[in-house]
Design a protein around this ligand. Structure first.
Ligand code: ADE
Length: 260
């Protein structure tokens, strides 16, 4: 997959040389090219922003500089263009999976109050352009969002994850585990600082271990993301687990002991 990123901070993307992303690049699975937006600014100060029409605080990124930059980088090609912004549609695992099928992504992260809206209009008529938000909070710029999106997408590309770390059972991946958060995990030693690994995991009963893991996943989902529970397909056992979580919650709300 080819990934172009146009930014006033191309050095922000150095972490993409590390770990799994670095290996994917070495193997030729990922071809990441970070470009300096200011290379397409023509005044001595390499200005990329200007005051907003209609007034208001902050600055807006100039369409002329973005237009020249995008034209030069795509050179007549048709990448999927992604503009990170808190006003975009939510970035989810399903969107990551969709992007992972694309041969070429172009990211346009903004600083200041954003990019002149005509840039999105212009390229929206020539390419597929998505305005995407990584969450309900405001970052200082879109660069950190690009890191998040690239990592979530690239780990889905064939050959990036080993079998041992398969993406199949990810929380939020469409399928049996969709909307179920992953439960706790343990490794050796069996006792650490007086805390034991749950005995069931040492029992070798695969069926019971699977049931226990589902129970734990349900508990965590109910506690941390109660809005996801309504979307789960539940069996009788699941209902019993959720009832016990709810009983624990009302006990705690009434001022009971935090331990369950
Ligand atoms: N830029 C600033 N905040 C952002 C967010 N939450 N998601 C994507 N891009 C952003």
């Amino acid at each position: 997959m080819r990934v172009d990123i146009i930014s006033i901070f191309p050095e922000y993307f150095a972490p993409l040389d590390v770990s799994l992303m670095g290996k994917a690049r070495e193997r030729g699975i990922l071809d990441i090219r970070a470009h300096q937006l200011r290379d397409w600014a023509h005044d001595v100060h390499k200005t990329v922003d200007d005051t907003p029409y209609g007034g208001g605080p902050g600055m807006v990124m100039k369409p002329s500089v973005w237009g020249e930059a995008v034209d030069a980088v795509i050179a007549g090609g048709r990448p999927r263009m992604i503009v990170p912004t808190p006003s975009g549609r939510p970035f989810t695992q399903a969107v990551a999976m969709e992007y992972a099928t694309e041969p070429w992504l172009l990211f346009a992260p903004a600083r200041y109050e954003g990019i002149d809206a005509r840039v999105i209009e212009e390229y929206g008529s020539r390419l597929r352009v998505d305005e995407v938000s990584i969450g309900d909070y405001v970052l200082a710029g879109g660069e950190a969002a690009v890191l998040v999106i690239v990592e979530a997408v690239a780990r889905l590309l064939p050959g990036v994850l080993g079998n041992a770390e398969s993406a199949r059972d990810d929380s939020f991946a469409p399928g049996a585990m969709e909307n179920l958060l992953e439960g706790p995990v343990y490794t050796k030693p069996p006792t650490w600082r007086g805390r034991d690994v749950p005995e069931i995991l040492l029992s070798g009963h695969h069926g019971r271990i699977a049931r226990w893991r589902r129970d734990q996943a349900l508990r965590r989902t109910a506690q941390n993301r109660p809005e996801l529970v309504a979307r789960l397909e539940l069996d009788r056992n699941d209902h019993a687990v959720l009832d016990s979580v709810r009983d624990g919650a009302s006990f705690r709300e009434a001022g009971g002991d935090m331990a369950d």
